[in-house]
Design a protein around this ligand. Sequence first.
Ligand code: 26Y
Length: 824
Amino acid sequence: AVWKSGLRGVHTEVPSIAKSIVNHVQTTLARQAYNLDNAGAYGAVAHTVRDDLIINWNDTQMHYTRKAPKRAYYLSLEFLMGRTLDNALLNLGTKDAYKESVAKLGFNVEDLIDSERDAALGNGGLGRLAACYLDSSASQEIPLWGYGLRYEYGMFQQLIATDGSQLEAPDPWLTHANPWEIPRLDVTYDVRFYGHAERFDDKNGIWSGGQEVVAVAYDVPIPGYATKNTNNIRLWKSAPKRGFDLNSFNAGDYERAVESSNSAEALTKVLYPNDNHMVGKELRLKQQYFWTAASLADIMRRFKNTDKPIKEFPDLVAIQLNDTHPTLAIPELMRILVDEEEVPWKDAWEIVTKTFGFTNHTVLPEALERWPVPLFQHLLPRHLQIIYDIDFEFLQAVEKKFPGDREKLARMSLIQEGMPQYIRMANLAVLGSKKVNGVAELHSQLVRTTILKDFVEFYGSSKFGNVTNGVTPRRWLDQCNPDLSNLITETIGVPKTTWLKDLYLIKGILDKVDDETFQKKFAAVKRKNKERLAAYIHSTLGVTVDASAMFDIQVKRIHEYKRQTLNLLGVIHRYLSIKALTPEERKKVNKRVVIFAGKAAPGYYIAKLTIRLIVNVARVINADPDTAEYLTLLFLPDYSVSLAELLVPASDISQHISTAGTEASGTSNMKFTLNGGLLVGTVDGANIEIAEEVGEENVFFFGHLAATVEDIRYQHAYHPVPVEQKSPALARILNEVSSGRFGDAHVYEPLLNTIRQSDYYLLTDDFDSYLEAQKMVDDIYSKDPIGWIKRSITSVACMGKFSSDRAIMEYAEEYWNIERVKLE
Ligand code: 26Y
């Protein structure tokens, strides 16, 4: 056929790329080629790459349909994608050709890449993990689709006011057309809310009335690295079912006429900016149902196209639930099977429990989703009946296995008693899934022994596993740190296209750890990345930083459990210590630039105060001539994936200092280490496994262990010891802040009191140990620079395990039973 003969292929040659770009300028953008600006050039280049992606996307999807393999679906309310152009060019292997073509047209490809807005459809770790898994599934040729929501507004933009506090501005990322999405205006499903539910004796039912909203599909191609395989995310946009209410319109009541259409469109307007903290808003539950119902209808339609009997559904479909946010998919699949497909309840439940897998991302109690029964009754009356039926059968089974244990029944029930009652989404997710996993060894162990202990006793431990998180080495090494990537390639003598898909191969650089020439090259890469960051800091904040100083970075969501305050109090301690030295003594001090970035949930008062204190401490420190040479403190506003790509390659150390047992995994710890930054961290989450791989001597651990945290909290409650006694150093610093040394004395009291009073996150208990770890860091960095470089090289070499390719293959093999389907 003609299309096979190469007439329609991916653009690989400079002339055809340039021709296509000019063509898109004139047609798609309807502009003149001679007065094009960067934005126009970006649009035309993006459309040319989009054409390339769509060709591979079509071939891949046709291939999948023809082969009809078992497929995986990753349901996530968040996909924190960042920018697309650079990633697409690197994965397609066409970056050099595009660079040349763009240059011929008078543009610089890096400028165009930098002009792209981030797709910030996520809060933090969980959303970025989903994006890494998409990249890995396509690269490893695993037939997987993501399903999510097409938020019109992503993560808010963070501004810092003159008093240092966080301000939020909307993120209207779609105001300029998005070249990376393909609207599928013909792929739509009706989704019902409210209305009336009837239940019959066989536990089947009918749901009718209420409000119907239309889900419209938007597809985003996900190119694999060095493969033609191109996967997909399908994002749903909400639209009114009928344009507007004609009766009201004809009666002249125009406001009333558009009211319900507005409420339909509101569904996918905005991403909820909360991370690890549940807020029980009706609109959020509506988002969750809208998205799971549309996704399941779509999955069911695709399954039915295979003409297989319904009982074979789990042989062709695996659905992974990214936390409890999509748990409604479980009662929704029951509803489809029992009410619409007329499958008997028992058979339907068997299908359901062979289809789903559930990944838990946190053990923090405030993050566990619970929805009030009255809200459910109102919004999803049929699903509530189904949940009651699931619960009834389940509790009978529990009672049979553990007769007479009323408390166990109360703990395990899907319904939490009280006024009002609540539905426990994690319990529902466990019941409806074949397998449950945590995201790092320690976390999975805590899941099994704390929040899901009863369920492990009931089902047996084989249902509860672990898949340690990973990050894609394409974006988080090759793309963000091309010099290190090139150095690795030339050192190990393996093509980049090979080792970037089998990250264990970077072990090869270990042979050169003692090679002076290699050490120099390796150090030069780090230095260049620090200079790149310094230039960014200069151009955005107007602050000059010394790239020869140690760069010490903590960037992540602002949360008490992540303990940015511990870091900040450590910085104040450093400041006061340096200030107490004579000018002569100061000359021996290890110079540091301490960098913070991260967003606070808009309603999280203590987190917002933390930002304000960081900014105001920075003002005082950075203005002090006594210490200026030795210490700089910065808060970089508006943290994002793109900003992370600049920061990750530039750290000498990064901090991952959550109270032990609270950070499920962390993923930026992996990114920083992969780029040669060492860790200062607690014995928590994936820090532990990183140390196992790179050697504990290469990680600066401190603080109490997870096993003792509970005991310490008990002590805090029943035998409180004042801060002065536990850590005089810390007490002094708290008093300095209270005294107004950093301005606004009274403003910070609520933040300081969290430490002085219950100190739930154990800052007092860990502070001295934290200072000791930091002293080790200073000593080694300033007295043994070669030793430091060796630690850094060794760390990079040993990071193979933390590729998201390894993680996605574990899911494919051990959770989904899915194989590679390579497009030749
Ligand atoms: C319930 C709702 C408000 C909610 C929304 C977002 C709850 C949680 C979240 C996000 C959680 C999250 O990002 N968790 C992080 O997941 C990462 C990927 O597994 C982990 O590395 C990280 O430790 C964990 O905090």
